[in-house]
Each structure stands twice: as C-alpha cells, then as structure tokens.
Design a protein around this ligand. Structure first.
Ligand code: CAA
Length: 383
C-alpha cells in the first residue's frame, strides 16, 4: 500500500493550496461577513480544473481522479469552507452527469460546469419533509406530450439560486407498490427554467459565503430528454452520487479542522500566561496532539475511500460513510479545542477559529447526518 501521493495528485493539491493561500484564506472572513463568494473566484477555480477534478479531459475536467479531488478539497476548505462546499457540489453534479448522462447531456452540461460558464451545479434531493429519508419525497414529475412537468418543493439547496444546472429528484410512479425508493427518477433542470422559483436565502450559522435556498417547482416543464438515467431508477443514482460526495465532505471537514489546528498552534506559541507561552503547558499540548492524531486518521480514511472509488472495483459506501462520520466529528472536536486554546479571543469574530467552528458544524449534518453514516456502516456489517 502506497501512501505517497503521485505526481498528478501532488500537482493538483499544490495548485489548490497556492490558490487557497493567495485568494481564499485572506478573504474568507469577508465572504462570511458579506454572505457571498465573488462569482469571478468560482471562474478561477474552474480555470484551475477544480470544478471537475475527476472529470474526463474531453469534457474540460482535470481527469486527475478521486484521490486528487480529496486532496484538493482539503486544501480549498483550509482556505475557505464556503468556497469548498460550492466546489464539492459542482464536482458531484458534474460526475453524476458523466456517469449516468447520455452523450448529449454530457456535452450540453459538463463542459459548462468545468469551464466556469455555469457558476456552479446544484443537487436537489432533500425536501422540507424528506431529509434523512429522501425516499419519502413528494415532488412529482408527470410525463406530458411536451415534456416532464415537475411540481414540488426542495430544501437546503446549495447554490440553488445561481446554478447553471441542477440535478432534481422527483417521483415518477405513485403506484402503491412503488412507494419509497422505487418510482423516483432524476432530471436535469437548467437554472432559470420557467416554473422554477428560488426562495429566500437561508440565514445560516456557518458557511455563510455559500448560498443555500429552498426551491419550488410549479408546473416546471423540462424536455423529455432531461431525464437522467433510467426511469424510476433515480434513487440509486442519488445514493451512488452521495457515496462520492461524502468523501468530498470528509475532506472538507479535514481542511477546516486543519486550519483551526494551525491557528491554535500559532496562537499557543505567542500567547503568554503565568509568564510562559501557553504552548508550554501540557493541557494545551494534549489538545494539539489529539487534534493532529484524529485529523491524520481522518485523512487516511478519506484517502482510502477515494482510492477505492478510483479503483472502481467494488462499492465503497461503507468506507465513504466511515470517512464522513469520523472526519466530521474529529474536525468538530479540533475546531472546538482550537477555540478553547484561544480562550475569550476564540469567541469573537476577529479570530478565525470562531468561523471555523461555525463552518465545520454542518459537515455532521449534510450529505447524510452522522446518524445516517452509522446506519450505512451498520447495514454493511449486518447484511
Ligand atoms: N449505491 C447503490 N445503490 C444503493 C445505495 C448505494 N450506496 N444505497 C442504497 N441503494 C439502493 C438499494 O440497493 C436499494 O435498491 P433495490 O430496491 O433495487 O434493492 C435502494 O437503493 C433503496 O435502498 P435502501 O432500502 O437502503 O434505502 P433507504 O430508504 O433505507 O435509505 C439511506 C438508505 C442510506 C438511509 C438513504 O436514505 C440516505 O443516504 N439518507 C441520507 C440522505 C442524504 O444524504 N441526503 C443528503 C442531501 S444532499 C446534500 O446535503 C448536498 C448539499 O447541498 C451539500
């Protein structure tokens, strides 16, 4: 087993790190404060290949694989977690279209995602009444002579207001025997399609630079060829996309946790109490040691899941769920300890750890809560 990133992986990670150091880290507090990421920044991410890290080169992607993607995500999240989630969802949408789309759908949408022509992609699965249990969705798509007519509500949609294309799940078969996961299909809906209404931006605790909105579909008509994958097989597509997505969120959490740990180390070295830098006290040293150990373990879990995804030889749902569960919980603890090291200064906006703690919290919730990850891992064991 080789734990050293290869040349391509190192190159992608380095270019993501340089970009984050130059354009994200110094600006992240401002993005958080103003509540948005400048659109041109997303274009720059696309120009570096970071909106399609694991997407074939003929569709404008970097074709650098899932491990490179994980490494790049850690670096971008270390700079700005809001930018990282925008990148994560856009990569996931591009990958799902590559995997399940027709050649026409790929040509139509993927190169616009990778080139930055679309600012972002969006993933519209959750609903007001269906979060952990997406099979309980009520959004419907009805086949008409003119196309598919979509009606329903979606909730917590990252970049939903400005995405060029969104992957939308809807029930296409309402017969009793096809309730639950069966009878759900997947559609590609372009931003600005009549009947698609973008609701009020959520006033979130963290990731404030990334826009999260509810969407409502009111007789939203999309062409027949907007169907992605096979009719009534959409649930499986969502689950497979989330397996990959969870590696991205694990990596995002690790990046934020690392940023918090680095801030704690810098602060502990310069902050003096009782006549000595606080880094000389064992109480502080142990917090640093625990955070480093847990974040390093989380990194290997994420890279292991990414390696399995890249090999493509077997499902990796269990490993992706373990990575997401462990990384999001470890990063939360690392951010909390970093704040504790800062004392009162950690509790004010002037110091970045306050933002890191707010930003990292949602990694235990979105793309499947920690409880859902445990369910996936337990089911794999008990099958
Ligand atoms: N890969 C392929 N197929 C899968 C699969 C996977 N990982 N997981 C399930 N399936 C298939 C099953 O094999 C089954 O197919 P058959 O009927 O043909 O046998 C079908 O899907 C239904 O599976 P389950 O019975 O296991 O489904 P379930 O209703 O019990 O749900 C669950 C399982 C894991 C709990 C799932 O509901 C889940 O992951 N919930 C969490 C939802 C989630 O993560 N939402 C995130 C929203 S997106 C987001 O947050 C993005 C963002 O903006 C940041």
């Amino acid at each position: 087993m080789d734990f050293e990133p290869n040349e391509t992986q190192q190159l992608i990670a380095r270019s993501a790190r340089d970009f984050a150091e130059r354009n994200l880290r110094p600006m992240a507090a401002q993005f958080d404060e103003q509540g948005f990421i400048p659109p041109e920044l997303l274009g720059e991410l696309a120009a570096l290949g970071l909106m399609g890290v694991n997407i074939p080169a003929d569709l404008g992607g970097a074709e650098a694989g899932a491990v490179s993607y994980s490494l790049a995500m850690m670096e971008i999240a270390r700079g700005c977690a809001s930018t990282a989630v925008t990148m994560a969802v856009t990569n996931m949408v591009g990958e799902v279209i590559v995997k399940f789309g027709t050649p026409e759908q790929r040509q139509r949408h993927v190169s616009k995602l990778t080139s930055g022509e679309y600012l972002a992609g969006a993933f519209a699965l959750s609903e007001p009444g269906a979060g952990s249990d997406p099979a309980g969705m009520t959004t419907r798509a009805e086949r008409t002579d003119d196309g598919w007519l979509i009606n329903g509500e979606k909730q917590w949609i990252t970049s939903g207001g400005w995405a060029g294309v969104m992957v939308v799940w809807a029930r296409t078969d309402t017969a009793a025997e096809r309730r639950g996961a069966k009878g759900i299909s997947c559609f590609l809906v372009e931003g600005g399609t009549p009947g698609l209404k973008v609701g009020k931006k959520e006033d979130k605790m963290g990731l404030r630079g990334s826009e999260t909105v509810p969407l409502s579909f009111e007789d939203c008509l999309v062409p027949h060829d907007a169907l992605l994958g096979e009719l009534n097989s959409g649930f499986r597509i969502a689950m497979m996309a989330l397996d990959g997505g969870r590696i991205g969120i694990a990596s995002q959490a690790i990046g934020v946790g690392r940023a918090a740990l680095e801030a704690a180390i810098d602060y502990a070295k310069q902050r003096k109490q009782f006549g000595r830098p606080i880094s000389e006290y064992q109480a502080i040293q142990w917090m640093i040691a625990d955070s480093d150990t847990e974040l390093t373990a989380a990194r290997w879990l994420a890279l292991r899941a990414a390696t399995l995804k890249e090999a493509g030889e077997r499902p990796f749902s269990r490993e992706a769920a373990m990575a997401k569960l462990f990384a999001s919980e470890a990063a939360w603890r690392a951010c909390d300890s970093a704040l504790q090291v800062h004392g009162g200064y950690g509790y004010v906006r002037e110091f970045a750890v306050e933002r890191h703690l707010r930003d990292v919290r949602v990694t235990r919730i979105y793309e499947g809560t920690s409880e859902i990850q445990r369910m996936v891992i337990a089911r794999a064991n008990l099958r």
